[in-house]
Design a protein around this ligand. Structure first.
Ligand code: UDX
Length: 472
């Protein structure tokens, strides 16, 4: 097996994508400088902090920090000493859903002033099609001598919570590149993943059971790579909205979405992933990327109304859930609700675009009192909700004296709760599960009245029969 070459790399941006990419590139053996303009973040990283809750990250940071992973605020110094420069800065949404590229632009301008020899500039941030060409032109204003560089699009597909293993054991690595020189350097960056040699190292982060030993390495044009990223996220969001719409119809006809999604997803052309019905998707990517994809198609005069529908179904899913709470309790005003889960999904402390937070905000407007618990996202939730809600030390404290218990994040530990004890603590034995983490049988056994998504209660089926909607 050919020994892979170690490269000098910098990663600009120390957010979820930047920090994980920098750490994992160091894990692949490269010498990495991670740069951020926020000196407080860089000081914290240099002092040994991890900043985000992410499996395996702390361990890898301790392994490489000060050895081949360094943190700095100087783009110039990092750029000069690097062969490959990843841009992983934030790309927030503008009001119309389009992407605000001002951070990318600032980095591109600074790189143009800093680089002094051939560099590969890699866009890792999620950006619309044509951004690599735009970076290219931003870095070479008219009249200025052209510095030698290539811009590559290398989208990231990592999921929060499993970001490290997603990076080290990806399904595919997509590299949008327009010159053989840059293509060769990108293959070197990922060589130990491409040939599978990383996974064979004794110190390697263990491979998740279902991950591939060697990823597909897909070389495309930069435009295609940019489009692959937006379309992939839009398609996953579409799967979730589709199954949520089917779940709603299940409720109307008395079918069970768990059975239906298993039946659909077992067709290998469709696949079982991203088919969990619930209160809709959230997070820093899906809502933003669906909107950004829509905005860029519009910019090119292309109609893509399916993207609007994905978003509409997602938003309606939260409204439906609130209606369910309201009808289970008859009225919302002055109700005390225990809430389990604040993060946008399990395994992360991220609350950006969290369906849980959005539902809580709506319930507060309806004058409910909220007592919430999340295993790791309480601090981040407090930054948004402040003292408008009460933060419980554990799940049982959230349930105590509540008129109903709401499950809003799919944390596995919630499935181990003592349901008998929950029933004793609740004022009324009502559980509304927005993530379908329990079976109806175990809830019935615990004596709890259980409402979930797309799995109608016996009461609902009975009503359908009475209304004559079901042929006998
Ligand atoms: C996503 C993509 O999966 C990843 O490839 C991309 O790089 C970034 O965006 P992430 O936002 O970390 O990753 O979370 P993901 O696991 O995809 O979940 C997104 C949201 O969808 C969560 O709110 C989750 O609860 C919800 N979800 C997911 C469902 O409601 N049902 C499902 O079946 C799967």
């Amino acid at each position: 097996m050919e020994k892979s070459k170690k490269m000098q790399i910098s990663v600009i941006g120390s957010g979820y994508v930047g920090l994980v990419a920098a750490t994992c590139l160091a894990e692949l053996g490269h010498h990495v400088m991670c740069v951020d303009v926020d000196s407080a973040k860089i000081d914290a990283l240099n002092a040994g902090e991890t900043l985000i809750h992410e499996d395996c990250l702390q361990e890898l940071l301790s392994r490489h920090r000060g050895i081949r992973l360094f943190f700095s605020t100087s783009i110039q110094a990092a750029a000069r000493q690097s062969q490959v420069i990843f841009i992983a800065v934030g790309t927030p949404s503008a009001e119309d859903g389009s992407v605000n590229l001002s951070f990318v632009e600032a980095v591109a301008r600074e790189l143009a002033q800093s680089i002094d020899g051939y560099k590969v500039i890699v866009e890792k941030s999620t950006v619309p099609v044509y951004t690599s060409e735009w970076i290219q032109s931003t870095m070479t204003p008219k009249g200025r001598k052209q510095v030698e560089f290539d811009v590559v699009s290398n989208p990231e597909f990592l999921r929060e919570g499993t970001a490290v293993t997603d990076f080290l054991y990806p399904d595919r690595i997509v590299v949008g590149v327009s010159t053989p020189r840059a293509a060769g350097m990108m293959r070197e960056v990922y060589s130990s993943l491409i040939d599978g040699s990383y996974a064979q190292q004794a110190s390697a982060v263990p491979k998740p059971e279902r991950a591939r030993m060697q990823p597909m390495y897909i070389e495309t044009s930069p435009r295609s790579a940019e489009l692959i990223k937006h379309s992939s996220n839009a398609f996953l969001a579409l799967k979730i909205s589709f199954i949520n719409a089917v779940a709603n119809f299940c409720e109307a006809v008395g079918a069970d979405i768990t059975e239906v999604s298993k039946g659909i997803g077992s067709d290998s052309r469709i696949g079982p992933e991203f088919f969990r019905a619930g209160i809709g998707y959230g997070g820093s990517c899906f809502p933003k990327d669906v909107a950004a994809f829509r905005a860029v198609t519009r910019e090119f005069g292309f109609e893509f109304p399916l993207l609007d529908e994905i978003k509409r179904i997602n938003e309606e899913q939260r409204a439906r859930f609130i209606r369910k709470v309201s009808s289970a309790l008859r009225t919302l005003k002055n109700k005390r609700l225990g809430v389990l889960g604040l993060a946008f999904k399990d395994g992360t402390d991220d609350v950006r675009e969290s369906p849980a937070i959005k539902i809580i905000e709506q319930l507060l407007e309806e004058k409910c009192q909220i007592v919430a618990f999340d295993p790791v996202a309480m601090e981040r939730a407090r930054q948004i909700l402040g003292n408008k809600i009460t933060y419980a030390p554990d799940a049982y404290a959230a349930a105590e004296g509540a008129d109903a218990l709401l499950i809003l994040t799919e944390w596995k530990e919630f499935t181990h709760l003592d349901l008998g004890h929950i029933k004793c603590l609740l004022r009324y034995p009502i559980v509304l599960d927005g993530r379908n983490i329990f079976s109806q049988a175990e809830m019935a056994q615990a004596g709890l009245t259980y409402h979930s998504i797309g799995r109608p209660s016996h009461e609902a089926s009975h009503n359908l029969l009475k209304k004559g909607h079901i042929a006998r």
